[in-house]
Design a protein around this ligand. Sequence first.
Ligand code: F6R
Length: 357
Amino acid sequence: EKGTYPHFMLKEMDEQPAVLRRIIKEYTNEAGELAVPQELIAEIKQAERIYVVACGTSYHAGWVGKELLESLAHIPVEVFLASEFSYNQPLLVEKPFFIFLTQSGETADSRQALVKVNEQNYPSLTITNVKGSTLSREANHTLLLHAGPEIAVASTKAYTAQMTVMAILAESLRREKGIEKSFDMAHELGVIATVIEGILSDKEDIHEIVKKELADTRNAFYIGRHMDYYVAMEAALKLKEISYIQTESFAAGELKHGTIALIEEGTPVIALINEDNVASHTRGNIQEVKARGARTMVVAMEKNAIEGDDVVISNVEEMLSPLTTVVVTQLIAYYASLDRGLDVDKPRNLAKSVTVE
Ligand code: F6R
């Protein structure tokens, strides 16, 4: 039930700090460490490479998961759209491990890929929000998202939950492999829950920006590099699916290789800037589109932000910045849809669970 909330999407965005804390609790072992079951760790440790297979928002979470698994646990990861994987299986390593990311656990494209994986007897894990769902039953292992039912068609809390569970999986593997830690995952996730609370309590500021910058536009762009590029992909999907603004995401450095031709007077370009080593480059790209008439907005982590100009997010561990940044972009999508008088929770042509291939 949505209670006093006008929309499930708003309720589900607001639940994110609580979901994060619940996940931390569910995955903390008796020794007080973030951990996933030992059998799962043992199986993944034998793999030469992980293949992540998913659709839509879950696919976007997969890219963030890849970065976390590679940087923390030093395991190579490839990410595939389920609908592409099923009919054009890539050349696999001898010992692969498959991770299926699916909120519903019922997505037909993902299931088809899992059927193929099972035919070849490869080990698999499904990360899902729904206990007992088809993909959970048909994979060797399951990790639950513990996000509670997600009703709005636009996925919000499941996306942040998926990234959190992937972070915990990566952390668990890192520890088991004896790789030195570069930050305290449990502490950082706790900090992030608080930072998200802050973003949500200032949501009216985001509404003002949306009113000013996105009220009458038919198109928009999100740009970013590295982790911000993955968030840009998700941000663009969210904005287009509920506001019907045609939104594209680009790796900021790729703009000049063609896309910049689309920039006209007043085209909104939203840049995401979190990481130190790409901040100045993305700033440069903002200047390039500005010079061609774009209306630019920047969402940046405090240490790389221009106070007074940017939407500023408190500093968090860079690798985990998608967890905070995406919340700003969820709010942008929500208000853009709301202000257009659209059906926020049930956008046209879409179903919550896509059970056809
Ligand atoms: C977008 C959205 C979809 C789903 C996709 C996969 O907001 O919700 O893109 O992410 O249909 O669904 P699951 O995760 O249930 O497999």
